[in-house]
Design a protein around this ligand. Structure first.
Ligand code: FPP
Length: 223
C-alpha cells in the first residue's frame, strides 16, 4: 500500500494523514470484497502494511502508524458483523512480538473472532519481510527436525503464509517497480502489476481493471 506520504505531501498534509487515508481505502476494500469476489473469484488477499524496514522510519512517524493500526484494528472489531456476514477470515503475518501488547492482543482477538470465515482470507503483513519469513521458517524447521535435510515443501509449510495460497498476482501501487522484500519465497511465479496510482487514490474500478488485464495473461509456470 505505497504512496501514502506522497499523497499527503501533495496536499500539504503530514505523513500520518496519508496513512489515515490509506487505512480508509483498506476499509473500503472490506466493503467491496464480496462484490469483487463474486465477479472475479478472487478469495484471498495479502496487504503489505508495514515492512521490517519501516521500523527505521523517524520514531514520530512509526508512532503515528501504530496509532493508525490501533484505530484500524479497533474498527475491525466494531465491523465484526460485516466481516462474519462476508465470511472473511482476517490474518496477520509478520514479527508481531515487536508490536505493543495492546496491538498484539487486538490482532489475536480479530484472528480468533474471524477464524471460521470460509469465503476467503484477508491478511495484513505487518512487521513483515520476505527474508525474515524465510529465516523464521528455516529456524522453525531446524528446531522441529534437527539435522534433517529440508525440502521446498518443508519451508512452505513453516512460512507465515503457510495456510494462504501463493499469490497469483501482486499489485504495487505508488509508482515503484520492485517488490521491496514482499513474499520473497511465495512470489516466484506471481504475475506482477504496477500502477502509478498512490494507494490513497486506489479504487475498486482500478482493481478490476488490473484483474481484467491479468485474465489475459498466459501463465505457463515454466512449462
Ligand atoms: C507506504 O507508503 C505505507 C506505509 C509504510 C504504511 C501503510 C499503512 C497503511 C496503508 C495504513 C492502513 C493500515 C491498516 C492496518 C489497514 P509510504 O509511506 O512509503 O509512502 P511514500 O512512498 O509516498 O513515501
Amino acid at each position: 500500500m505505497d504512496g501514502n506520504r506522497r499523497w499527503a505531501r501533495a496536499r500539504g498534509l503530514r505523513a500520518v494523514s496519508g496513512h489515515e487515508a490509506g487505512k480508509a481505502v483498506f476499509m473500503k476494500f472490506l466493503d467491496f470484497y464480496t462484490d469483487v469476489r463474486q465477479r472475479w473469484g478472487s478469495r484471498n488477499y495479502i496487504f503489505y502494511a508495514f515492512s521490517t524496514e519501516n521500523w527505521n522510519r523517524p520514531a514520530e512517524e512509526v508512532a503515528a502508524i501504530m496509532g493508525v493500526f490501533t484505530r484500524a484494528f479497533d474498527e475491525f472489531s466494531s465491523s465484526l458483523p460485516h466481516l462474519l456476514a462476508a465470511g472473511i477470515r482476517i490474518r496477520f503475518l509478520g514479527e508481531r512480538t515487536l508490536f505493543s501488547p495492546r496491538l498484539q492482543t487486538l490482532m489475536q482477538k480479530i484472528e480468533k473472532d474471524t477464524e471460521r470465515g470460509a469465503s476467503g482470507t484477508i491478511a495484513l503483513a505487518v512487521s513483515y519481510g520476505g527474508r525474515a519469513d524465510i529465516v523464521q521458517a528455516v529456524n522453525h524447521f531446524l528446531k522441529e527436525a534437527p539435522g534433517k535435510p529440508f525440502t521446498e515443501r518443508d519451508i512452505g509449510k513453516m512460512l507465515w503464509t503457510a495456510d494462504i495460497p501463493e499469490p497469483d498476482l501482486i499489485i504495487r501501487p505508488g509508482g515503484e517497480r520492485r517488490l521491496s522484500n514482499f513474499l520473497t519465497w511465495q512470489s516466484v511465479y506471481s504475475e506482477l502489476a504496477f500502477t502509478d496510482t498512490l494507494w490513497p487514490d486506489f479504487t475498486q474500478e482500478e482493481l478490476e481493471r488490473i484483474f481484467a488485464d491479468y485474465a489475459l495473461r498466459d501463465r505457463r509456470h515454466g512449462k
